[in-house]
Design a protein. Structure first.
Length: 172
């Protein structure tokens, strides 16, 4: 219960940032940062899988409604919510993941944390952009879009994580 307020705020901030700032940036068709996944990336390491899937479903439905998408966000966020425990165990170790805490560079190590953000973002963006394209005819452009957007989104996620983690104790 003590985690509810900070994570409700993180949910609201990431959704509002996505809807009002990042969806309105028109830098390039290849650069499409989807920073709302910061909410799922920064949930505590000991979050139960059912809670992760529920949070992923809620986030995906809200983003689909806000962006006018037909389930693309929901599918992509449910995928990363489903794969996140395995990814955390793979990168961080099962014993360390069971201890809990917020994923951060201080807790996981800078390289591991960046790898975690990059892999989570890559999985999400691959599902999102392949579903958005729905065609193999422009696969090279879709792959370029996935790569460019993944790097940009991961950079923004790292920045959001630094801000969020500076406001909370690491063991929360």
């Amino acid at each position: 219960m003590y985690r509810t307020l900070p994570y409700t705020g993180l949910f609201a901030v990431t959704v509002l940032l996505q809807v009002f700032l990042f969806d309105n940036l028109s830098v390039s068709i290849y650069l499409n940062p989807l920073v709302y996944i910061a909410f799922l990336a920064l949930l505590p390491l000991d979050t139960k899988p059912v809670a992760l899937l529920g949070a992923g479903l809620l986030l995906g439905v809200v983003m689909d409604y806000a962006m006018g998408a037909a389930g693309i966000n929901t599918i992509a966020t449910l995928l990363i919510a489903f794969l996140r425990p395995a990814l955390v165990n793979l990168l961080f170790g099962q014993e360390n993941a069971k201890e809990g805490g917020i994923p951060s560079a201080n807790r996981m190590g800078q390289r591991t944390f960046i790898r975690y953000l990059l892999l989570l973002t890559l999985i999400h963006h691959t599902a999102f952009f392949l579903l958005e394209a729905l065609s193999w005819s422009r696969l090279p452009l879709t792959v370029l879009r996935i790569a460019a957007s993944t790097l940009l989104t991961a950079a923004f996620l790292w920045l959001i994580a630094r801000i969020f983690n500076s406001k909370l104790p690491s063991r929360l």
